[in-house]
Design a protein around this ligand. Structure first.
Ligand SMILES: Nc1ncnc2c1ncn2[C@@H]1O[C@H](COP(=O)(O)OP(=O)(O)OP(=O)(O)O)[C@@H](O)[C@H]1O
Ligand SMILES: [Mg+2]
Length: 323
């Protein structure tokens, strides 16, 4: 069983406008779509669609979020940790006929210290109840949560024996990286910007090296994190595929040539692919290939849908050993 935590859920509302956005004027939306969003929800959806047992956990939810989740076929069970009543934020995307998009994000509710503690305990309880082997901690933290909340959660989960995946950025990621010596994690999934952040180097330097086809810097960076206390580091490189560094070696898989339709959630699909391969007992090269195949199918799938690779899609991605 895999459990995903969405720490800071939101409703993604997309309003399609019938004409160019005009400030200060009345305008009609021709279409409105709502989604119960969150990075953990994305991972859970891909796993569910691949028939892998998964429980999607959200730190908090309100009736609107749950209703949208039910209406759009979100993963069940969808478990809420903190009492209902905290209003889930709505993030609005306005799309114009020429494809221009404007995003307006709400701040989201503030959790107090008791709610944070309740959520941590609740997650540990669910992990025990389901005897989960993997827990995925994804995305930004809600206002009010301590920046090291993921570190606290990883520590609280330690007695359950489950493995943890962290896919975070900014302060939440730095806190996890700073604590690795005392609080190791099973899998870290940075993209190139996040790897740069974790290493304290300029993202442009890493990007330039990758653009030249030189992966040594990325591998060395991922290895330094791995040695500090991560079993496996999966660095996704967008259109350049992904690199995997474990205690046994390093691998790279190129992304297939695709027509990119929406990269939203591609990283989440890559995490799901990686976990699926792990659950199927596959080795590191195949785990990496699954991550890239799932990520790339998501990037080739329109809007926020994440798709599912066919067996040909899976065969098309091959990882090669780097050292
Ligand atoms: N342009 C692209 N062409 C082919 N595959 C892509 C492209 N962009 C992303 N992917 C696939 O998706 C995977 C994850 O992409 P990326 O590194 O952009 O993740 P991310 O930045 O974490 O995304 P997210 O927005 O979900 O957090 C890549 O490893 C690759 O397999
Ligand atoms: Mg990501």
């Amino acid at each position: 069983m895999i459990i995903t935590l969405t720490a800071n859920p939101c409703i993604d509302r997309t309003l399609r406008l019938d004409s160019e956005l005009r400030r200060g004027q009345f305008q009609r939306a021709t279409e409105v779509t709502d989604e119960a969003a969150g990075k953990g929800m994305n991972v859970a959806t891909v796993l569910r669609d691949a028939d892998e047992p998964v429980v999607a956990v959200v730190a908090f939810a309100d009736p609107a979020y749950l209703n949208v989740g039910i209406a759009t076929g979100a993963v069940e069970p969808l478990v809420t940790l903190v009492r209902p009543g905290l209003r889930v934020r709505t993030n609005i995307t306005l799309t114009e006929p020429d494809g221009t998009t404007t995003k307006i994000n709400e701040p989201g509710p503030r959790l107090d210290a008791d709610e944070v503690a309740l959520a941590t305990d609740g997650l540990v309880h669910i992990v025990r109840q389901h005897k989960a082997e993997w827990v995925v901690l994804s995305g930004s933290l809600p206002p009010g949560a301590p920046v090291d909340w993921y570190v606290q959660i990883v520590r609280a989960l330690r007695p359950t024996g489950c493995q943890t995946v962290v896919d975070a950025s900014e302060q939440a990621l730095s806190a996890v990286v700073d604590a690795l010596a005392s609080t190791p994690v099973g899998l870290l999934k940075p993209n190139l910007d996040e790897l740069a952040q974790a290493l304290g180097v300029a993202a442009s330097d890493l990007q330039d090296a990758v653009d030249r086809g030189e992966l040594d810097t990325v591998v060395a960076g991922a290895r330094s994190l791995q040695e500090r206390g991560v079993a496996e580091v999966l660095v996704t490189l967008g259109g350049a595929g992904a690199v995997l560094v474990t205690g046994e070696g390093a691998w790279h898989a190129e992304a297939p040539n695709i027509r990119v339709l929406s990269t939203v959630g591609a990283g989440d699909a890559a995490v799901a692919g990686y976990l699926l391969a792990t659950r199927r007992g596959l080795g590191p090269a195949e785990r990496l290939a699954y991550a890239v195949a799932y990520g790339s199918v998501a990037a080739a799938t329109p809007r926020s849908a994440l798709g599912k690779p066919s067996s040909d899609d899976l065969r098309a991605v091959q990882a090669r050993r780097l050292d």
